[in-house]
Design a protein around this ligand. Structure first.
Ligand SMILES: Cc1cc2nc3c(=O)[nH]c(=O)nc-3n(C[C@H](O)[C@H](O)[C@H](O)COP(=O)(O)O)c2cc1C
Length: 198
């Protein structure tokens, strides 16, 4: 198997990190890989905010947990039968949970609000970053929640604290750090997800 396929197949979401910070050269290579993602009409409508401040990362986790704790109340009408909403409520109320798994670096990927395909472009940048991280033996994981926090409270303090660019909205957070402990095995892949029409 060639190296690219091997990296793609062996990447796992890492949810247990060593406290040691990753090297700047690794971070730069991962961010650059993000900028090489394809984007609709080559808009490159993404922005990356690197956060390496343990206090701020912890506060952000707590703020999102508060939103998760209110989940069913907030989304009662749309999501009352949604098991995920109740799962998130439990996470929000669990004081032991750190949503960013104590990663030493998080990258907020934000998309240009005026661009139709910003979410798709940002998601592809995120995938490039996670595969690039794997190729450098840096652990990574996509974490949701920040977009929901901003939706629930569009003027919240973190927009300023993170210095998010005007006109951009977070799509996801990518965690980066060296993994602690053994990596879990890939889940069994679903079968019958391909149909050929010739
Ligand atoms: C859209 C999306 C949202 C995710 N949200 C979270 C999250 O909030 N917290 C988390 O720990 N992992 C999150 N993940 C990581 C998934 O749990 C992980 O990709 C999945 O379990 C498959 O494992 P693998 O990436 O190791 O193959 C998310 C992944 C995606 C693609």
């Amino acid at each position: 198997m060639n190296e690219t396929l091997s990296v793609i197949k062996s990447r796992r979401s890492i949810k247990n990190f060593q406290p040691e910070q990753i090297k700047d050269s690794e971070l730069e290579a991962i961010l650059e890989a993000g900028t090489y993602a394809p984007s609709a009409s080559n808009q490159q409508s993404w922005h990356f905010t690197v956060v390496q401040n343990e206090r701020l990362i912890g506060q952000l986790s707590e703020a999102i947990k508060k939103i998760y704790a209110m989940m069913p109340a907030l989304f009662l009408e749309q999501m009352k039968n949604d098991k995920k909403a109740h799962f998130l409520q439990q996470i929000g109320n669990n004081e032991k949970v750190h949503l960013f798994h104590n990663a030493p670096t998080i990258v907020v990927i934000s998309g240009d609000k005026t661009e139709m395909y910003a979410v798709e472009n940002c998601s592809l940048a995120a995938a490039n970053m996670m595969n690039a991280a794997k190729s450098l033996d840096v652990g990574s994981c996509w974490v949701s929640g920040l977009p929901q926090l901003i939706d629930a409270d569009p003027d919240n303090q973190f927009i300023k604290e993170l210095n998010l660019p005007e006109g951009y909205k977070p799509v996801c957070v990518i965690l980066l750090g060296y993994k602690a402990g053994a990596e879990k095995k890939a889940a069994v892949r679903k079968e019958n997800v391909v149909n050929y029409v010739k």
